[in-house]
Design a protein around this ligand. Structure first.
Ligand code: COA
Length: 391
């Protein structure tokens, strides 16, 4: 292929769960001043899965509109990134491949590195398309974040899946320039195989995250990356949205630039709308930020957006993307607003009841109640297998 051929995100779609817990309700139940959630964390609500929703049903729901618009024929690879995997062996993407009716001549794989995995998947996809520009790669980030009940992390939970079609000559965004990379062996957040909830050193995770912002940016610049002033906005991984503003302040200080409120607002505020109400969707979070800025700003033709991806443990990457002229006619803003707006509000007791429900682990036949409003559902468990169906 010619050196000039652009590679990047051709289409982008996200979906979340059918239920939502509002932070006013969470604050009422645990006696917290709701201003801590709204102002201190920048969170207003969290998506909560029904019993028959999981990372597979969300991933398939997010990817379905891409397959419907572009057809399945050019998709040769599916990469699903997740922290909340459902199987130690089988890739969740194989279930998604089946639910979407993709052809058999496809490679499917799962990648993991906490909240960073989807950005690695995007880089794999870019390499595959570079080798064969006729093929498209379906990259899906799908996660349900779960912290211990009554822990500080509980208010930052959430769930979503973002699906991206990576191709040559993309309609939305070109991946450009070098990557800024930063890895540090830290125990800020991790989840041993026997645990359903993450272990987290909250304050340490914030410090590790901010160190990674500086480290990945310095690497990006050392490799010839663009200067700060060339970026229109910055999409940060958003475990809670207030952290994106802190991150940008840290970046501005690293660059010796003024960190005025209006500068922070212009660069970060257009990116936080979905994550404020969906909560932390781990691998999907930074791509919900990207979706938000594309939908919120009408003046992005040819402009550069920064993307900072962070996964505890920790691995981080800073990349620049250039918005393709005419991008707005390819967006899915109405469907995304509908996905978020159609969630059914639940009270704290209902949320807690759902959290305390455990699926059987003895291989017995178990049918799940039909609760999701999405297009796919986990219908049953049988012989230690998960049975999915179109809802
Ligand atoms: N009104 C306004 N702001 C308030 C407030 C109130 N009534 N009460 C507290 N706040 C502010 C605090 O000042 C603090 O702001 P700061 O970060 O600017 O200092 C913020 O709300 C959070 O309060 P804090 O007491 O520090 O929070 P916490 O002990 O509940 O824990 C986390 C916060 C992020 C550590 C916790 O949610 C967590 O562990 N999250 C999961 C891990 C995570 O998301 N890590 C991020 C990097 S990956």
């Amino acid at each position: 292929m010619s050196a000039e051929t652009a590679i990047g995100i051709h289409d982008l779609s996200f979906r979340t769960t059918s239920l939502v817990l509002n932070h006013c309700e969470l604050a009422r139940s645990n006696g917290t001043d709701v201003a801590k959630y709204h102002k201190g964390l920048g969170q207003h609500a969290m998506s909560v899965p029904t019993a028959d929703e999981d990372i597979v049903t969300m991933a398939a729901a997010a990817a379905l509109p891409l397959v419907q618009r572009h057809g399945p024929d050019r998709i040769r690879t599916v990469v699903l990134a997740t922290e909340s995997s459902i199987d130690q062996s089988k890739a969740a993407g194989v279930y998604v491949h089946s639910l979407l009716g993709l052809p058999p001549h496809v490679r499917v794989v799962e990648v993991k590195q906490a909240c960073y995995g989807a950005t690695a998947a995007l880089q794999f996809a870019g390499g595959l398309v570079h080798r064969d520009p006729d093929q498209q790669v379906l990259v899906i980030a799908s996660d349900i974040s779960r912290y211990d009940l009554d822990s500080p992390g509980e208010a930052t939970q959430g769930a979503a899946a973002a699906a991206m079609l990576v191709s040559a000559d993309p309609a939305l965004l070109e991946l450009t320039g070098p990557s800024g990379l930063f890895t540090a062996d830290v125990m800020d957040f991790w989840r041993p195989n026997y645990r359903a909830t993450a272990l987290v050193n909250g304050k340490e995770s914030v410090t590790a995250y901010l160190n990674a912002v500086e480290g990945s940016w310095r690497d990006y610049r050392a490799r010839g990356g663009l200067p700060l002033e060339d970026f229109r906005a910055f999409c940060y991984h958003q475990p809670y949205t207030r952290l994106a503003f802190k991150a940008h302040r840290a970046l501005l200080e690293t660059c010796g630039a003024r960190a005025d409120d209006d500068v922070l607002q212009q660069a970060v505020a257009p990116t936080t709308g979905y994550n404020e109400t969906v909560g932390n969707s781990y691998t999907a979070s930074v791509y919900l930020a990207l979706t938000a800025v594309l939908e919120n700003c009408s003046d992005l033709d040819g402009r550069t957006l920064g993307l900072f991806s962070y996964g505890s443990g920790s691995v981080a990457e800073f990349i620049a993307t250039q918005v393709r002229p005419g991008y707005r006619s390819h967006l899915r803003a109405d469907a995304h607003r509908e996905a978020v707006g159609a969630r059914q509000p639940i009270d704290y007791e209902t949320y807690r009841g759902l959290r305390l429900q455990n699926l059987p682990t003895d291989g017995s036949w178990y049918e799940l109640p039909h609760q999701t409003r999405g297009p796919f559902r986990l219908a049953a468990l049988r012989d230690h297998q998960r049975i999915y169906e179109a809802a």
